[in-house]
Design a protein around this ligand. Sequence first.
Ligand code: NAG
Ligand code: NAG
Ligand code: NAG
Ligand code: NAG
Ligand code: NAG
Ligand code: NAG
Ligand code: NAG
Length: 234
Amino acid sequence: MSQNIFLLSLLVSLSAAVAQVINFTAINTTPETAGGAIFTRQVGTNYTCHVMSNATNFIWTSVFRETTNGSRRDFSNVTLLVKDMDGVAYTSDNEISLSAQYVGNYSDGGNDVRREVAGVVYHEMTHVWQWMGGGQGDIAPGGLIEGIADFVRLRAGLAPPPGRWVKPGEGDKWDQGYDVTAMFLDYCDGLRNDGFVAELNKKLRDGYNVTFFKELLGKSVDELWKDYKAKYGK
Ligand SMILES: *[C@@H]1O[C@H](CO)[C@@H](O)[C@H](O)[C@H]1NC(C)=O
Ligand SMILES: *[C@@H]1O[C@H](CO)[C@@H](O)[C@H](O)[C@H]1NC(C)=O
Ligand SMILES: *[C@@H]1O[C@H](CO)[C@@H](O)[C@H](O)[C@H]1NC(C)=O
Ligand SMILES: *[C@@H]1O[C@H](CO)[C@@H](O)[C@H](O)[C@H]1NC(C)=O
Ligand SMILES: *[C@@H]1O[C@H](CO)[C@@H](O)[C@H](O)[C@H]1NC(C)=O
Ligand SMILES: *[C@@H]1O[C@H](CO)[C@@H](O)[C@H](O)[C@H]1NC(C)=O
Ligand SMILES: *[C@@H]1O[C@H](CO)[C@@H](O)[C@H](O)[C@H]1NC(C)=O
């Protein structure tokens, strides 16, 4: 296999009776660019594929607690493409695109680019597996979807180095997205011992209603946000 492509099959055991195979593929489509060459030298498709597989296990088992295959989104394969593009990364269904330019620039000044790619992959892999509303109901707000993805990154111990994310309690509104919403969800998750984010994700299978917060935690999202800000003196 060329170093620009790597394929890994993961056998996931969900219970004694059920196992499922998922194929992960990572492809560097732009090895000749500056960023693509840095990706090859400092990250690699093999490493990335292993992170994709580990992230999947972590998301299903530790965060979403989806123990039956009927409860999860159904993809038999996930592909990650390293591309010569702007931005950081995006996900469409089961295909992730990662910016070689971002990787190349991030490596400046001796930053830990492998760890950053792992964090980005955990975030994007959450988009592959998370429910986002829809079905017969409303679609979840973008800020909540992005917040859940960063919550996974936070829980995996892959938050960026200090200074790049807000601190707990910071931010203007609960659905601001990304780090702000992730920190708020972390607070909410601590209020239920069976995993608030896991229960929220289950509800998001069929639709979205802001009342989900009240149904799961007994308080409206606005009350929760107030409590959260007060806890951190903000
Ligand atoms: C850094 O980003 C700029 C703008 O996106 C891009 O042109 C350049 O190639 C990147 N550098 C590396 C080493 O990838
Ligand atoms: C992929 O990386 C792992 C360590 O992360 C190593 O054990 C394995 O030999 C590598 N596989 C290939 C084909 O390079
Ligand atoms: C994937 O998880 C295994 C088991 O926890 C660990 O040994 C390995 O280092 C992880 N690989 C990567 C690339 O994170
Ligand atoms: C669970 O996964 C197995 C293996 O992929 C498949 O044969 C079975 O149909 C799945 N069951 C459900 C309820 O999706
Ligand atoms: C995974 O990839 C292997 C090798 O290409 C293939 O034989 C297998 O059918 C694939 N499995 C799934 C579930 O896509
Ligand atoms: C990969 O997943 C897509 C979307 O679910 C599916 O259409 C495609 O057939 C799968 N490819 C393989 C090789 O299994
Ligand atoms: C959300 O739930 C409330 C209370 O059950 C209901 O009155 C409202 O119509 C729902 N909103 C949407 C958009 O479904």
